[in-house]
Design a protein around this ligand. Structure first.
Ligand code: FE
Length: 347
C-alpha cells in the first residue's frame, strides 16, 4: 500500500531526526527484518547470526538502552521496526500499553513458552527467565533464618538488609507481585517493614549490594539470580568473585507461592511489514537449541521445559517460581510505584 507523504509525517520525521540526532530511514529495506532491542548486543548477536544462517532472512538490529519506545511512537506507521526485544517485562508492558504490538497466533510459541510467561492475547512472549532472589551472607545468616520475602520485614532483620532503589523496575515488579499475592494493605505493611530494616539508603545496583554484604555493611540483599553467575565468573573485575563467594543465593517462598520471577521478552510491532519472518524469529528464539544458548550466555533460565541449564545455574538447585501470570503483575506496576513513593522508600 502506498501512502502520500503528509506534512504531519514530514514534521514528525524532522522531530524524530532531531530527537535521535540521526537520520531516520525513509522506509524499511525490502526483505530485511528490523529489530529494536533493549537487550544487549553480546546476548543477541550470536543468536541472530544463527537465525540468518538457518533461514536466509537478513536482519538489522538497533540496540539501545533507552528511547526505543519514543522512537517507535515518533516513526508511527512508517517505522521499519518489526520485532521488539526487551530485557524485562516492565519495558515490554510499555509497548503493549501504547498499543504498538500485535497478537501472534503460534502453536510453537504456545507450546514452548508456559502460559504464565506470555501475554494471554499473544502480544508478547517471555524468552528467558530470572529470579528476584535474596543473597545471604554465608555465616552471618543462619540457614532457615530467611526463607521468604516476608522475613525481610521481620524484626530479626533490623539493620541487616541492603537493596537498590525501590523505583528500579526489578523492585517495582517484586512489590507488584506481593500486591498480586497478598493484597495492597499487606504489601504496604511489608514494604514499610522492609524499609525499616534497611542497613542504608537504597543505592547502587544489584551487585553493589553483594559487595556491601562482603564488606560487612549488611547481611542480606535483593538481587536478580543471573548476577550471581556473572559475579562468580567475572574475569575483568575479579573482586566480584570474592563478593559472590561471601554469599548464598536463596530462592524465597518455596513453601508457598514461590519466588518472584521476571522475563526478557519479544513482541511483534503492529505496523510490521514482515510479520511472517518476525514470527519465524520468535519461534526460533523459543526453540530448544536457541533457548539453551540464550539462557546460558547470561546465566538465566530457559522457558522451554527440558532445556539444559548452564552448569553454574544448575548448581544453585531447582526452585519453585511464583506462577502468577506476569500480565497480572504488570497490572500492579502503577500501584507499586505509588506505594514506593508513599512510604518514601528511597529516603
Ligand atoms: Fe539486570
Amino acid at each position: 500500500m502506498h501512502k502520500k507523504t503528509s506534512p504531519t509525517f514530514l514534521t514528525l520525521l524532522a522531530l524524530t531526526a532531531s530527537l535521535l540526532g540521526s537520520t531516520v530511514p525513509a522506509s524499511a529495506d525490502e526483505g530485511t527484518l528490523n529489530i529494536y532491542s533493549y537487550r544487549q548486543a553480546f546476548l543477541i548477536k550470536p543468536l541472530i547470526k544463527a537465525f540468518e544462517d538457518e533461514t536466509n532472512i537478513s536482519v538489522k538490529i538497533i540496540f539501545s538502552k533507552k528511547g526505543l519506545l519514543q522512537r517507535l511512537i515518533a516513526e508511527g506507521e512508517n517505522s521499519p521496526a518489526d520485532v521488539i526485544l526487551t530485557a524485562d517485562i516492565n519495558r515490554m508492558a510499555e509497548f503493549e500499553t501504547e498499543g504498538l504490538l500485535q497478537s501472534v497466533d503460534s502453536d510453537i510459541l504456545r507450546s514452548n513458552i508456559p502460559a504464565q510467561y506470555r501475554d494471554p492475547d499473544g502480544r508478547w512472549f517471555g524468552l528467558t527467565m530470572r529470579a528476584r532472589a535474596v543473597y545471604a551472607h554465608k555465616t552471618r545468616v543462619a540457614s532457615g533464618e530467611l526463607t521468604t520475602y516476608e522475613d525481610l520485614a521481620k524484626p530479626h532483620m533490623k539493620g541487616r538488609v541492603c537493596t537498590r532503589s525501590g523505583k528500579h523496575p526489578y523492585n517495582i515488579s517484586l512489590l507488584a507481585s506481593v500486591i498480586a499475592a497478598r493484597g495492597s494493605e499487606h504489601a504496604e505493611t511489608w514494604l514499610r517493614g522492609l524499609k525499616d530494616n534497611l542497613a542504608r539508603r537504597p543505592q547502587g545496583n544489584d551487585r553493589a549490594q553483594v559487595k556491601a554484604i562482603y564488606q560487612g555493611e549488611c547481611d542480606v540483599s535483593l538481587g536478580n539470580s543471573y548476577y550471581f553467575g556473572k559475579m562468580l565468573t567475572n574475569e575483568k573485575k575479579p573482586e566480584q568473585k570474592q563478593w559472590a563467594a561471601a554469599v548464598n543465593i536463596v530462592f524465597p517462598n518455596q513453601g508457598d507461592r514461590g519466588t518472584h520471577v521476571n522475563v526478557s521478552a519479544a513482541g511483534i510491532v503492529k505496523s510490521s511489514k514482515h510479520v511472517k519472518q518476525a514470527q519465524q524469529l520468535l519461534e526460533f528464539l523459543a526453540s530448544p537449541k536457541t533457548q539453551a544458548l540464550f539462557a546460558a550466555v547470561n546465566f538465566e533460565y530457559p522457558l522451554k521445559s527440558g532445556v539444559k541449564l548452564h552448569p553454574i545455574v544448575s548448581s544453585w538447585g531447582s526452585f519453585k517460581a511464583d506462577d502468577t501470570n506476569l500480565s497480572k503483575i504488570v497490572e500492579n506496576h502503577d500501584e507499586a510505584t505509588r506505594m514506593m513513593d508513599r512510604v518514601k522508600f528511597d529516603h
